[in-house]
Design a protein around this ligand. Structure first.
Ligand code: PMP
Ligand code: GLN
Length: 380
C-alpha cells in the first residue's frame, strides 16, 4: 500500500528490546528503570481505583493534578502557569509532542530539529505535512551550533524543537544557549517545542535551564514533561504540556480527538505524590548521579570509553577500541554474541556522522543489573 511514512520502520527501542529478550541479554537499551515505583504512588493509584476514580478525567486533566503541576512548576522554575488555561495532562510526552506538532505545523512548514534527536519527532512532522530541517549538534559535545541553526531559519520555519537534558547524549543547554536561543527567536513568529522529560535528572550541581524560567521564550513555547521519567513508571504513560493559553487551546483541539483524556487513577496519584513528597523530584538528580558515577567507574574496567553525562539516564560509550562495525551492527552483535543490549545512535539522525562509533547504555537500573552487564562487557 502507499505509505504515508516511507522512511519509518519499527522503532529501534522495540527492535532492540525484542532482540534482548530473544537472546537473554541484559537490556540496557530501551530507556526504562528496572526498580520500583515509589510506594506512596502505587498506594495512591490503587486507592484511586478503589475509590471509583475510574471514568474519564476532564479533557485537560484532573484539576488537582493541574494544581499540583502549577505548584511544582512555581517551586522549580519560579513561574506559575495558569491552572486551567496553560496546563494539559496527556498520555505521555509522546502525545504532547504529537499534539503540539499536529496543532501548529501546516503543510509545507519547516520544523528545525537538532540531530541526534528522539525518534518520534520527524514522523509527527511528516504526518502534519511539515518538513523536518535537520541541524547537527556538535559531534563531540552535542552542544547546539547556533550559527548553523540561524542559517537553517527561513520564512517557512514554523517550529524549533529542543531537548535538554538530551536523549541520547545527556548534554544540557547552558545559560549561554538560552541567550542565543532567545536572540534567535526574537522578532520571529517561530514556535518552540521544549522536550524537558529529563528535567529532574541533572548532575554535578548544574541547573536545568527550563524554558519556563524565561518569559520571552515561554510565551511561544510548548514545554513537555513526563511523569514516566520522574517517577520510574514509563509504562503508565502520563505527561503534560505547559504552553500559553492560545497555544494550549490549539494543542487541546488535537488532544481532545486523539486520546481525549489520560488514565484517571494515575492522575489522582501523581497529584498526591507531587504535593506530599516534593523531595522525590528534588533528590532524583542525586539518586541518578550515584548510579552514573558507579557505572562510569565500572566502564573504565572495560574497553568501552564513556563520554561525559551531564544529565538524563543514558551513558554514551565509544566502542572503537572493540569493533569497527557500524553502530547498528555493533549493537546487534553486542546483544546476540555478548549478551548486553545497547541502542545505536544512527536512528537518531537523518544522516549519521560517518565513522561514528557510539552506543547508548541506560543506567536507570538496579546495581545487580548493571553489575551483570559490566561482567559481560569486561569480556569484550
Ligand atoms: N522525549 C524524549 C527525549 C524521551 O526520551 C522520551 C521517552 N524515552 C519521550 C519524549 C517520551 O516520553 P513518554 O514515555 O512520556 O511518552
Ligand atoms: N524514550 C525511551 C528511550 O529513549 C524509549 C521509549 C520508547 O520505547 N518508545 O529509550
Amino acid at each position: 500500500p502507499a505509505t504515508k511514512l516511507p522512511k519509518v520502520g519499527t522503532t529501534i527501542f522495540t527492535v532492540m528490546s525484542q532482540l534482548a529478550m530473544e537472546h537473554g541479554a541484559v537490556n540496557l537499551g530501551q530507556g526504562f528503570p528496572d526498580f520500583d515505583v515509589p510506594a506512596r504512588l502505587v498506594d495512591a493509584l490503587t486507592r484511586a481505583m478503589r475509590e471509583g476514580k475510574n471514568q474519564y478525567a476532564p479533557m485537560t486533566g484532573l484539576p488537582v493534578l493541574r494544581q499540583a503541576i502549577a505548584d511544582k512548576t512555581e517551586r522549580c522554575y519560579g513561574h506559575r502557569p495558569h491552572v486551567d488555561a496553560e496546563i494539559t495532562v496527556v498520555s505521555g510526552a509522546s502525545e504532547a509532542i504529537f499534539d503540539a506538532i499536529a496543532a501548529v505545523v501546516r503543510a509545507g512548514d519547516e520544523v528545525i530539529v537538532l540531530d541526534p534527536c528522539y525518534d518520534c519527532y520527524e514522523p509527527a512532522i511528516d504526518l502534519a505535512g511539515g518538513v523536518a530541517v535537520h541541524v547537527a549538534l556538535d559531534p563531540a559535545t552535542f552542544a547546539p551550533d547556533w550559527a548553523a541553526i540561524r542559517a537553517a531559519v527561513t520564512p517557512k520555519t514554523r517550529l524549533l524543537m529542543i531537548n535538554s537534558p538530551h536523549n541520547p547524549s545527556g548534554a544540557m543547554f547552558t545559560s549561554d544557549d538560552i541567550a542565543q536561543l532567545t536572540a534567535l527567536l526574537r522578532d520571529t513568529g517561530i514556535y518552540l517545542l521544549s522536550d524537558e522529560v529529563y528535567e529532574h535528572i541533572v548532575f554535578d550541581g548544574a541547573r536545568h535551564e527550563s524554558v519556563l524560567r524565561y518569559p520571552e521564550l515561554r510565551e511561544r513555547a510548548f514545554v513537555v514533561s513526563s511523569f514516566g521519567k520522574t517517577y520510574h513508571c514509563t509504562g503508565w504513560k502520563v505527561g503534560y504540556c505547559i504552553a500559553p493559553a492560545a497555544l494550549s487551546a490549539e494543542l487541546r483541539k488535537v488532544h481532545q480527538y486523539n486520546t481525549f483524556c489520560t488514565f484517571t487513577p494515575a492522575q489522582a496519584a501523581f497529584a498526591e505524590m507531587i504535593e506530599a513528597e516534593p523531595e522525590h523530584y528534588e533528590t532524583l538528580g542525586a539518586f541518578y548521579e550515584e548510579k552514573r558515577d558507579r557505572f562510569r567507574e565500572q566502564l573504565l574496567t572495560t574497553k568501552l570509553k564513556p563520554l561525559p553525562v551531564p544529565g538524563g539516564y543514558f551513558q554514551l560509550v565509544d566502542y572503537s577500541a572493540v569493533s569497527d562495525l557500524d553502530d547498528v551492527e555493533f549493537c546487534r552483535w553486542l546483544t546476540v554474541e555478548k549478551g548486553v543490549t545497547a541502542i545505536p545512535l544512527s536512528p537518531f539522525y537523518a544522516q549519521p556522522p560517518k565513522g561514528q562509533r557510539l552506543a547508548r547504555l541506560c543506567f536507570a537500573k538496579n546495581e545487580a543489573t548493571l553489575d551483570a552487564a559490566i561482567a559481560r562487557l569486561q569480556k569484550l
